[in-house]
Design a protein around this ligand. Structure first.
Ligand SMILES: [Zn+2]
Length: 489
């Protein structure tokens, strides 16, 4: 497949045929809520059991620095039995799970969530430690500053190169990979550097929201001084057929712990499972550094549909066997046991697990179309295919990340009379992203939110290292296994 470079934007090629869609509210608070319920439930269970296992550990909360004291026990209801039983021993109320839960929320800057969680506990009014913790979070919250939305940068990547010797093997795809892809090693250094500089992942859904009247409103991102919000996205996480054998992961899967991992097909055909692409790398990074994520946010995956999603061959064409290209035919020939329904079910399981971990999905058009060049009618047909083939797996979305960065308008606000905008708006889209070489570019109107994205790929690292200096040292990050010079666009 040929690489097609339009504008200054680096994008993976994939122009193809033409799908349906709607709007999806993010649900990142659900995880915290579930954890809270679990925490409360297990604590409750201990109480019921008259469990006295939990001596009070020394508890230190951020900005609080207070140690715990022993707390009065709660009474245990004696069982209904005539047998005399000993007077219940005072049972210490197990504070630690509650404080841990609140601490986890506060670590990701959700001080309101941490406070309301503790204040909602039945024991709150009689437990000094819980009240002290809330006071600590109040102080932390008061120290935060609201970050200016217009100065929030958005960076993006394509599928990461895991084995550089295969991506840079001199075949016809090498130049394109060298230009628009990023290696796992580069990515890890970029993320580490950004974390050390205080960057924190947020979502466009934190930057703006749709109110009850359907009007876009400014969001308010509150962070401790020195922290810098940014948006992360990744395009084309489809593991397209043309990338087979070129050193990329083959699909996303759930491991035995329910964590999202990548599969990688080794030379001998055996399958390895590990962190070979952005999603599991970021999941792992946030497990080690929870403060890299604002209230559980991760990144946004911009998804096409024509080769399926996440490495699963879920497009209806794989079932109907109509409109297939040669690579798709070859794939089906090589997989006589292909089971369409199973592909869809597995992809849906992975997508659900990702959403529970804070990931979001956007449309990248079904067929990787250039929205600048294509007509409103063609974009409508394409979006109907996205809604029919992709949305049932990833969920409905209110965000479009334009393929090739090719926007449906220039820098001026979209006109209501713009037929492409009118159509996308009618289908529930409110967030639009293009590609822009500026450090940040944000446009918020009553009708929509628009943001420019910066490509951090081989081309950028090689030709514009200074353009990354707010984020990392591109010269140090640049992967020495890349052939140089990186081919010009
Ligand atoms: Zn793309």
């Amino acid at each position: 497949m040929e690489f097609n470079h339009e504008n200054i934007m680096s994008e993976v090629p994939a122009e193809k045929g033409l799908a349906e869609k709607g709007s999806e509210k993010h649900k990142f608070t659900r995880k915290a809520f579930r954890a809270a319920v679990l925490g409360a439930a297990s604590a409750g269970l201990m109480l019921l059991c008259g469990c006295q296992l939990l001596p009070f550990a020394d508890q230190r909360l951020p900005g609080n620095g207070r140690t715990s004291e022993r707390v009065r026990a709660m009474d245990v209801t004696p069982p209904a039995t005539p047998t005399p039983i000993p007077t219940p021993t005072p049972t210490p109320f197990p504070l630690q799970p509650y404080l841990d839960q609140a601490g986890a929320m506060a670590l990701q800057y959700d001080y309101d969530g941490a406070m309301s969680y503790l204040e909602g506990l039945p024991e709150y009014l009689e437990t000094q430690e819980l009240q002290d913790a809330v006071r600590g979070y109040e102080a932390l919250k008061a120290s935060c500053v609201e970050y200016p939305l217009e100065q929030i940068t958005h960076i993006f990547f394509h599928t990461l190169i895991y084995d550089t010797s295969k991506a840079f093997d001199g075949d016809e795809d090498e130049a394109g990979y060298n230009q628009v892809m990023t290696t796992v090693d580069e990515f890890n250094q970029i993320i580490q550097s950004m974390y050390e500089r205080g960057y924190v992942m947020v979502s466009p859904h934190d930057m703006a929201y749709v109110d009850a009247n359907g009007t876009m409103q400014r969001g308010h991102i509150l962070l401790p001084p020195g922290k810098i919000p940014f948006v992360l996205s990744q395009d084309d996480v489809s593991y397209y057929h043309y990338m087979d054998g070129d050193g990329f992961a083959s699909r996303l899967v759930l491991d035995e712990n329910g964590q999202v991992k990548c599969e990688y097909i080794e030379d001998d055909g055996s399958v390895s499972v590990g962190n070979y692409d952005m999603v599991p790398l970021i999941d792992e990074f946030v497990r080690r550094h929870p403060d890299f994520s604002y209230r559980g946010r991760k990144g946004i995956l911009a998804m096409t549909g024509y080769n399926g999603v996440l490495g699963y061959r879920t497009d209806i064409t794989y079932k109907t066997r109509e409109e297939l290209d040669q690579l798709q035919v070859d794939y089906l020939d090589a997989h006589p046991d292909f089971n369409f329904d199973q592909e869809v079910a597995e992809a849906t399981r992975v997508a659900d697990a990702m959403k529970a971990e804070g990931w979001e999905f956007a449309s990248h058009t079904w067929g990787h179309l250039n929205a600048t060049d294509r007509s409103a009618e063609t974009l409508k047909e394409d979006n109907e295919r996205w809604e029919a083939n992709v949305a049932p797996i990833l969920g409905r979305t209110d965000m479009i990340i334009f393929a090739f960065g090719a926007d449906i308008g220039n820098w001026e606000p979209y006109a209501e009379t713009n037929p492409k905008y009118a159509y996308f708006k009618s289908r529930g889209y409110h967030y639009f992203c293009n590609v822009d070489s500026n450090q940040y570019w944000v446009q918020l109107t009553d009708g929509y939110f628009r943001q420019g994205r910066r490509n951090l790929d081989g081309y950028r690292l090689y030709y514009n290292p200074e353009a990354c200096s707010d984020l990392f040292d591109a010269t140090a990050v640049f992967d020495r296994s890349r052939p140089v010079p990186v081919p010009e666009m």
